[in-house]
Design a protein around this ligand. Structure first.
Ligand SMILES: [Cu+2]
Length: 152
């Protein structure tokens, strides 16, 4: 004879199994339908992206005129140039020493670091002889004065 307590236990067991099935199927759904992870194909480099930089290809000499304020947050901080282009920085390099690298880490192998006297007020011309992404920044203000020369 089945007692009332037996029926109660059977209902309880069925309920536990149902909950287990629902939990299992939910976690399977999450595994088969994960939220899509959106990866930016080009992360910011010194605040720049080549896709939104000023395209100055077709010229052999480019000047980044930063004499007055060195406001490199503007468009001129992020430029695209041809191989062989000479980029000339103008500014007070005593107050704003120019170095190559992804801020705040100087890249000693960067042509910007190698070619720059990093002092004085004379213009600093640097000729880019190979393709690549060449970030640069002011070592006194590494978080705000920065940019990239994309050589394509
Ligand atoms: Cu500076």
């Amino acid at each position: 004879m089945i007692s009332r307590q037996h029926i109660h236990s059977i209902f309880l067991a069925v309920a536990v199994i149902l909950v287990a099935v629902v939990v299992t199927s939910c976690s399977e759904d999450e595994q088969t339908n994960p939220n899509p992870v959106v990866n930016d194909p080009e992360p910011l480099l010194n605040g720049c992206k080549s896709s939104t930089s000023v395209d100055l290809r077709g010229t052999t000499a480019v000047t980044i005129n930063a004499t007055s304020a060195w406001d490199l947050s503007g468009h001129q901080a992020c430029i695209i140039v041809d191989v062989g282009t000479t980029v000339t920085w103008e500014g007070n390099f005593n107050n704003h020493p120019l170095v190559g690298g992804e801020t705040p880490t100087t890249d000693a192998a960067s042509p910007i670091t190698l070619g720059s006297p990093m002092s004085g007020t004379n213009p600093v011309p640097i000729t880019f002889t190979s393709t690549g992404d060449f970030p640069y920044y002011c070592s006194s203000h590494p978080s705000t004065m920065k940019g990239v020369v994309y050589v394509r």
